[in-house]
Design a protein around this ligand. Structure first.
Ligand code: M6R
Length: 611
């Protein structure tokens, strides 16, 4: 949560930082702020609301239009922030950067300072005046207080970090050293971009796409500074890595929203997930990232999948796949629950952590717990170099490319593809393996056919736009898909959408069904098709409207459903990869037709790095 951008070097910092912030606005967008130097003096500008509000005021008062320098100092530190409120209202005072009493130290923060109240009480007694309700402000006053005695900013930062309890990524400008930006990381992501005569700080590598080729993913406990010509890092041991992201990947291209672009990238996301890993003709699945634990995996008797949100829904599909395809008993647990549960420690258990960002606080805490219990920990992560990717013993990367829309779409499809690959990798059932592998290879083409129905799905969304409640139902593999479809609709359209197993409907939820409460039913021709038809009869009997996702060629469904979206025939375990696509498009059009910014839904952030 929250986006950080910092720049120092040969270019003008303000434009560069604003560009960086634009790419991480999805991390938080309730307020934004920047600190830069103009005519030798520090200038702080903050605004409530989206980044565009901040840009508007900067263009009007400071830069007099895009690209105009107006005395902005080159080679001095510029820092910026987009906020997702945790402590205090999303207003201008609570927006970052925060400063000390003398306005000499300016700081942006991502994370949570857990002992902020204790520090605030102590510093207030010493005479410090607090302006905001944030946990962050305490840090600038702590630095100010410690600097009085230590007199050296580098050492002051080190001492202050020892007094802070919590999670943080900091970028700090001390105005007496305008040619430096100090930084520190513990528990919240921060990347150092290494250019030629320029250095960047970013909370997400997406900010650096097309700008630098080399990066250092900071580790927990690292701190240091960047200047226009050099950097210092403590502890020094760090790997300089290549950044393989292009500027195009961080842009919308011809699409009106990232969400739509990312849905249309799904066939490619699946192909990339399978490339060099799935060899249907040789009955072979190669997962290089699992090689180091291959022997241990042969002996596992149980798998626990741990994740949040959409990744958790992918996990539920993984559970069905691991049990059916690999014959391994599997349980999926929400990370926020797992971290506090008194779990039985069982031998030969593998823990699989699924996360697009690799930085979700609950999932990381759950991973630490599993690591402490000495379990085999595996990661299924999209963002390369992220915390979960680094701290699991082994794992598989999605390689789905950047996902910027807050609503996860192509990452889900990619996660489900890789869960299929892992199930095949662990399976000893040769005939099932062959059948599934061959069909999996055909899925991208089948999704392309569904994407051609985009217009028709938009019309359907228009038709149902007046409804405020939706039920989503499915059985077996279609249950996780149903709850994921419901999550998509609620998070970007703000309508109530409930996902249920179709069999559970009659145990309570059916009480809700009436003409104004439509049901989206996943009714493919599979092992539970007839059961689903019975459920639809029950809904019809209560005058409920039905939108069905059904298998092409199904003639029976038209008699029961009010509207049908057909998807190509596939094997039952692979149906989610097809069914989720119309549900994502339905949610997308529903949200945009209602006039919402679906890439930045209210109250949400892409990467939930706080508990
Ligand atoms: O980055 P992660 O996959 O760990 O994120 C988990 C959830 O926060 C995320 O999937 C969230 O539910 C999305 N808003 C879903 O669209």
């Amino acid at each position: 949560m929250c986006g950080i951008a910092g720049y120092i070097g040969k270019k003008e910092g303000l434009e560069t930082v604003l560009e960086g912030l634009k790419r991480v606005e999805y991390r938080g967008y309730d307020s934004a702020g920047v600190l830069f130097f103009q005519n030798g003096k520090p200038v702080l500008v903050k605004r409530q609301g989206k980044l565009a509000n901040l840009e508007r005021v900067l263009r009007g008062t400071v830069t007099k239009g895009k690209g105009s320098t107006q005395g902005i100092n080159i080679g001095t530190g510029t820092i910026g922030h987009t906020r997702w409120a945790t402590h205090g209202m999303p207003d201008e005072i609570n927006a970052h950067p925060h400063h000390d009493c003398k306005k000499e130290i300016f700081l942006v923060h991502n994370g949570i300072i857990e002992n902020h109240q204790e520090l605030k009480d102590k510093l207030t007694k010493l005479g410090h005046k607090f302006r905001s309700q944030t946990d962050t402000e305490v840090v600038v006053h702590l630095l100010e207080e410690n600097l009085k005695k230590i007199k050296n900013f580098d050492k002051t930062l080190k001492k202050s970090l020892r007094e802070i309890v919590g999670a943080y990524a900091f970028a700090i400008v001390y105005t007496k050293e305008p040619d430096k930006i100090y930084f520190a990381r513990l528990g919240s992501p921060l990347v150092l971009g290494l250019g030629i005569e320029e250095f960047y700080l970013a909370s997400d590598p997406a900010e650096l796409a097309g700008k630098v080729k080399k990066v250092i993913y900071l580790k927990d406990g690292q701190a240091g500074w960047i200047s226009g010509t050099d950097f210092k890092l403590n502890p020094v041991k760090s790997k300089i890595e290549n950044l393989n992201l292009t500027a195009e990947q961080a842009q919308k291209g011809n699409f009106p929203h990232f969400m739509l672009k990312e849905i249309f990238e799904e066939p490619e996301a699946i192909r990339t997930a399978m490339r060099g890993r799935l060899f249907p003709k040789k009955d072979l699945v190669k997962l290089g990232g699992l090689e180091s634990v291959a022997q241990k995996l042969k002996k596992i008797e149980k798998i626990e999948i741990i994740a949040c949100g959409t990744s958790y829904h992918a996990g539920l599909l993984g559970e069905l796949l691991f049990e059916e395809v690999a014959g391994i008993s599997t349980k999926t647990i929400e990370a926020s629950e797992y971290r506090y549960r008194q779990n039985a420690i069982t031998p030969n258990t593998a823990h699989l952590f699924i996360s697009q960002s690799g930085e979700t606080a609950d999932t990381i805490a759950a991973l630490w717990k599993a690591n402490r219990q000495k379990g085999i920990t595996l990661g299924l992560v999209n963002v390369v170099g992220s915390t979960i990717a680094r701290e699991t013993k082994a794992g598989v990367y999605n390689h789905a490319g950047l996902e910027i829309g807050v609503a996860s779409t192509k990452a889900f499809i990619s996660q489900v593809t890789i869960l299929n690959l892992i199930a095949l990798y662990l399976s000893e059932n040769k005939s099932l393996k062959r059948k599934l592998s061959e069909e999996l290879a055909l899925i991208p083409k089948k999704i392309e056919l569904i994407l051609k129905q985009n217009r028709q799905i938009k019309s359907l969304a228009k038709k149902y736009l007046k409804f405020k409640n939706f039920m989503f139902i499915g059985r077996k593999y279609n249950y996780p898909t149903a709850i994921e479809g419901a999550l998509k609709l609620k998070e970007i359209s703000y309508v109530h959408a409930e996902g249920k197993t179709a069999g559970e409907l009659k145990h309570g939820p059916i009480a809700l069904i009436e003409p104004n409460f439509p049901t989206v039913a996943l009714v493919n021709k599979n092992s539970v098709y007839e059961k689903m038809l019975s459920n639809l009869q029950e809904i019809k009997a209560r005058k409920g409207k039905i939108i069905a996702i059904a298998t092409s060629g199904d003639k029976k469904i038209a008699g029961l459903a009010d509207d049908v979206i057909f998807v190509p025939k596939t094997l039952e375990p692979l149906e989610p990869l097809l069914n989720i696509v119309p549900l994502q498009l339905f949610a997308y059009h529903f949200g945009t037709l209602l006039g919402y910014d679906v890439d930045k839904p209210r109250n949400l952030a892409k990467s939930v790095t706080v508990e």
